[in-house]
Design a binder for this molecule. Structure first.
Ligand code: XIL
Length: 357
C-alpha cells in the first residue's frame, strides 16, 4: 500500500528493506489472510468500533511497516495514538512542537475511514524534561497546560473526536497519585483539565483513562468515586477508558466486568476498552495461547453486552511491537497477531465472537 510517511527512510522493495534493515532472516513478511471477514466489518454490525494503537512499526517505511499498515486499515476502524500525542513527543523543547507523526496517523485514519482517539493531555509519565525539571509557579503551569490543550485541539481542528484528557490519576494503592500536575496545580487539576478541553472543543468526547479498573476492586472504587464527584459537579467528563492490560488467565470474569461497567454507565459515562493486551510468559505455550483466546473473548463480550461501551482498542496490532517485553521482563505475546503477522487463536476468538458465533 502507498501510505505517505513524513520522516523515515523509504525502501523501493521488500528486498531492499530487508537488506537495509538486516531483518530478512528474522521476520517473514507475508500477505495477511483475507478469507475471514475483517474485524471492523463485524464490529460495525455489532455497533462498536475496534481499534489499535499506532506504534513504532507504523513509522517504518519498509515491507514490515507496509504489512502492519495493511492489517491496521483492513481490520480496524479506529486508531489510538500510542506515543504520538504524548506531551514529550509533541513538545520536545519549550519552544518547539512536533506534530509530524500525529499528522501522519490522522491522515492515515482519514484515508481509511477510521476514527482517532487522542492520548493524552495530563499524565505523570512522558512529560518532557524542560517541563518536569523546570521551576514554575502554579500560574505558569496552568498557563502551559491551557496552551497545550488549546494548541493541540486547534491543530487537529475536529479531526480527533475522542481525547484521553487525564490518564492514570489513581495509583496502585487506590490513592490519588502525586504527580507533577497535582504538585503544581493542587487536587483540582483533573477538573481544570476537563474544563479547559471543553472550553476549546464543545463537542469532543472527553475521557478519563486508567488501568486495573476493569473489574471490582479498591482502585476501581476510587476511580468510580472520583468520576461520580466530577459528574455531580457538572465537570465535562464524557467517558471512562479502561486500559485493559491483563495477564493471561487473570482477566476478571464476565459478570464482574459487566457489573463494573454498569455502575460507570449509570454515571452517564461512555465506556471504552482503550489499550487491551493480554500478556503471557514467553515463549508462548499452546495452552496459554488458547487461554488468551478465551480471555480476549471475555473482555470483548463485556463490551458487546454493555450498551454504553462503544469501542475496544488494542494496545497494538502484533506481538512484534508492544510495550510488554520491556515493561514486564519475561512476558510478551499479548496481541492478536504473532511476530510474523500471523493471526493467533485470540484473533479467531474475537472474529468469531463479533460474527455472533
Ligand atoms: C506506553 C508505550 O506503549 C511505550 O512505548 C512507552 O515507552 C511507555 O508508554 N498506559 C498508557 C500508555 O496509558 O500510554 C502506556 O504506553 C502504557 C500504559
Amino acid at each position: 500500500m502507498t501510505q505517505r510517511l513524513a520522516r523515515p527512510r523509504r525502501f523501493a522493495t521488500a528486498a531492499s528493506a530487508c537488506l537495509a534493515l538486516a531483518a530478512c532472516g528474522e521476520l517473514s513478511v507475508e500477505a495477511p489472510p483475507t478469507a475471514t471477514t475483517p474485524l471492523r466489518t463485524l464490529a460495525a454490525r455489532r455497533g462498536i468500533a475496534i481499534g489499535a494503537a499506532t506504534g513504532s512499526t507504523f513509522q517504518r517505511a519498509d515491507a514490515i511497516g507496509d504489512t502492519l499498515r495493511a492489517i491496521l486499515a483492513r481490520e480496524f476502524d479506529m486508531v489510538w495514538s500510542g506515543n504520538f500525542l504524548k506531551f514529550s513527543t509533541l513538545r520536545p523543547t519549550a519552544t518547539t512542537w512536533d506534530f509530524s507523526w500525529a499528522d501522519s496517523m490522522v491522515a492515515f485514519a482519514q484515508a481509511h475511514a477510521m476514527t482517532v482517539r487522542g492520548h493524552t493531555f495530563v499524565w505523570h509519565n512522558q512529560i518532557p524534561s524542560w517541563l518536569a525539571g523546570g521551576t514554575w509557579t502554579s500560574a505558569q503551569v496552568d498557563s502551559i497546560l491551557a496552551d497545550h490543550i488549546a494548541t493541540v485541539m486547534a491543530h487537529f481542528n475536529g479531526k480527533i473526536r475522542i481525547w484521553d484528557v487525564v490518564n492514570e490519576a489513581v495509583d496502585d494503592n487506590a490513592l490519588r497519585r502525586t504527580t507533577f500536575w497535582s504538585a503544581a496545580l493542587g487536587p483540582g487539576y483533573i477538573e481544570r483539565a476537563f474544563r479547559l478541553a471543553r472550553a476549546v472543543d464543545a463537542t469532543a468526547l472527553l475521557f478519563y483513562n486508567d488501568y486495573n479498573i476493569e473489574g471490582s476492586g479498591a482502585k476501581s472504587d476510587t476511580v468510580y468515586a472520583m468520576l461520580a464527584d466530577l459528574k455531580s459537579r457538572g465537570v465535562p467528563v464524557d467517558g471512562i477508558g479502561m486500559q485493559g492490560h491483563f495477564i493471561v488467565g487473570q482477566v476478571p470474569g464476565l459478570s464482574a466486568l459487566l457489573a463494573n461497567f454498569a455502575r460507570f454507565a449509570q454515571l452517564g459515562l461512555k465506556i471504552e476498552i482503550t489499550e487491551l493486551d493480554i500478556r503471557m510468559p514467553v515463549p508462548a505455550t499452546g495452552l496459554n495461547l488458547f487461554q488468551q483466546s478465551l480471555d480476549y473473548r471475555t473482555v470483548v463480550n463485556a463490551c458487546l453486552q454493555t450498551p454504553a461501551c462503544d469501542a475496544v482498542e488494542l494496545g497494538g496490532v502484533y506481538d512484534g511491537d508492544t510495550w510488554v517485553p520491556s515493561t514486564f521482563p519475561g512476558m510478551g505475546a499479548p496481541l492478536l497477531y504473532d511476530e510474523s503477522f500471523h493471526p493467533k487463536p485470540a484473533y479467531g476468538a474475537v472474529n468469531d465472537l463479533l460474527a455472533g458465533n
